[in-house]
Design a binder for this molecule. Structure first.
Ligand SMILES: Cc1cc2nc3c(=O)[nH]c(=O)nc-3n(C[C@H](O)[C@H](O)[C@H](O)COP(=O)(O)OP(=O)(O)OC[C@H]3O[C@@H](n4cnc5c(N)ncnc54)[C@H](O)[C@@H]3O)c2cc1C
Length: 512
């Protein structure tokens, strides 16, 4: 196969939503720049980077999910939330969600890591080919404190446009309204005017004939994919960045099917290879600031589901059918200190839902709820990399060291109490009387490992425009950049931080 040119203006490692954001905005602002994007995973869909939820054929979707699973090229057992929570001490491989794979299949190692469900997606489009598309805005204490509020708001607005975020994705239903009103009665009093209980903002466009186009990297890239100045290489891993003094001169790539290596020179290098593999690549390149891989945090999550109270049900089947049984999503936003949690409330279809993982249960409206609290941010929680051992794809082997502190456990207990109060008001528990805490890593929202900071004081990896401290042309992107303890889904924030980074990159002399 023809290989990438040996010279590019901009090299982007990782083709998920964040890599796609860098590509799209830099191409818009610097239309003559040559952009090369590489991803170690295969291209799953005809149009590169589509969200698989958009594929109508379940078999095709299933096959594409398996191709994204790196070292686990097989179909996972369909594990219910209940069974997932019970799997705390065994059969770790079952903890991965379709389309993702665990960092290793070694159960003992995962057990010891404290984050047994830590996972990633290895495919063009990254996790953005598999995500649920919830795009809440961060609340007060979740926001990056050293980015001026108007700048962050402007970047979030631009991110919402790129991701096509909308609050009107699902049709209004009597039951949905009853769910929202019940939650509003419980929580609106403690939330500010602009952050009341509401339909979840989702990255999805609804066409005039009612088709839902869920956002993937393809949506963000848009027509750029057709540009002669843009090249996307699938199954091409970036093994190492080439560092000379205070700059990156390029990178060592390898086309995985052929094993062919290639050095590529680049003026600007952006690594958006997720919160575990971005620090891995920097480590492999000898870029090892003290904070690299540290301050790891994810969203501690508890789940509960109820059959919606009979009095709220009209007994009319929903006319809308979704591929994953979801017919509405609501959000109880974070607002500290009165509500230091984020809640995602899924209204599931009247069609049978196999919440217990076995045979489908009786048809009913089911409400699935997920509550998360802020994790205490600590240097000790980290992903580290080996200089001697390699992982499934030949990169420095990663190990996770993660613990829930007393403060984390107290916060989660409080979150679960709030969750129990909400679910009791909505109906009868489906699989457990109490909310269930799922293993760390289940959220798939890993943050902090390449965090940004206001000053180069060794507690951060990059500045507030995502430029790695001490290197003038290396930028990082993704959830790992977020320095705060958040509770809300992170992708919107990460895309916003990439938007801000692009504004800085475009002014650099490298692109003049
Ligand atoms: C089932 C599921 C549901 C989710 N739901 C939500 C949600 O509702 N809301 C939300 O905000 N988030 C959600 N997420 C998380 C969301 O998908 C991620 O936050 C988002 O995709 C991160 O984007 P990214 O571009 O930073 O990284 P990714 O999308 O993870 O992409 C990183 C890419 O880098 C590539 N890569 C890694 N290392 C290398 C290398 N050395 N060389 C070349 N390529 C490399 C990988 O193959 C991958 O394609 C969900 C994820 C999943 C799996």
């Amino acid at each position: 196969m023809p290989f990438a040119p040996s010279q590019t203006d901009i090299l982007i490692v990782g083709s998920g939503p964040v890599g796609a954001t860098f590509a799209r905005l830099l191409a818009e602002q610097s239309p003559h720049a040559k952009i090369l994007m590489t991803d170690l995973g295969p291209q799953l869909t005809r149009r590169a980077g589509m969200n698989l939820k958009t594929l109508p054929d379940a078999n095709e979707r299933n096959a594409a999910q398996i191709r994204s699973q790196g070292l686990a090229q097989y179909e996972y057992e369909n594990l219910s939330i209940h069974a997932r929570a019970q799997t705390m001490n065994g059969q770790r491989a079952k903890l991965a969600r379709p389309g993702t794979h665990l960092i290793t299949l070694d159960e003992l190692e995962l057990n010891a890591s404290g984050m047994p469900a830590a996972a990633m997606s290895s495919n063009v489009g990254g996790m953005g080919a598999h995500w649920t598309c919830a795009c809440p805005r961060p609340g007060n204490a979740e926001r990056v404190p050293f980015i001026p509020a108007p700048e962050l708001d402007a970047a979030l607005t631009k991110a919402e446009a790129l991701l096509r975020v909308s609050s009107g994705v699902f049709p209004v239903s009597v039951e949905g309204q009853a769910i929202q009103q019940t939650l509003s009665a419980l929580f609106d009093d403690i939330l500010p005017e602009d952050r009341k209980v509401r339909p979840m903002p989702l990255a999805c466009a609804v066409t005039s004939d009612g088709e839902r186009i869920w956002t993937g990297a393809d949506t963000i890239l848009g027509d750029l994919i057709l540009s002669p100045n843009f090249t996307l290489r699938s199954e091409t891993i970036c093994r190492r960045l080439v560092v000379k003094g205070d700059q990156i001169t390029g990178a060592m790539l390898e086309h995985l099917p052929s094993g062919a290596p290639q050095e590529i020179n680049a003026k600007i290098v952006i690594v958006a290879a997720d919160a575990l593999r971005t620090p891995q690549l920097l480590w492999a390149s000898g870029i090892r600031p003290r904070a690299l891989g540290h301050y790891l945090n994810d969203h501690l999550w508890s789940f509960a589901a109820v059959a919606l109270d009979e009095q709220m049900v009209t007994k009319q089947a929903s006319h809308y059918r979704s591929p994953d049984n979801t017919i509405g999503v609501f959000q109880i936003p974070f607002h500290a200190p009165s509500h230091p949690f984020h809640a995602q409330v899924m209204h599931l279809d009247i069609s049978p839902v196999a919440l217990d993982g076995g045979a489908a249960t009786e048809a009913k409206h089911v409400v699935g709820t997920g509550w998360s609290c802020q994790k205490e941010i600590r240097f000790a929680d980290c992903v580290t990399f080996s200089d001697t051992e390699t992982d499934w794809i030949g990169m420095p082997k990663m190990r996770i060291h993660y613990e829930l502190t007393e403060a984390d456990q107290a916060a989660m207990t409080e979150a679960m109490r709030e969750q129990a109060r909400a679910t009791a008001a909505l109906g009868k528990p489906v699989f457990s009387d109490e909310p269930l805490l799922v293993p760390p890593g289940t959220s798939l929202h890993y943050q902090g490992t390449i965090r940004m900071g206001a000053t180069a004081d060794s507690t951060s990896v990059c500045d507030s425009h995502s430029r790695v401290w001490g290197l003038r042309n290396l930028y990082v992107g993704g959830n790992g950049v977020i320095p705060t303890a958040t509770t809300c889904n992170p992708t919107l924030t990460s895309v916003a931080l990439a938007v801000r980074a692009c504004e800085a990159i475009i002014k650099t002399k490298e692109l003049q």
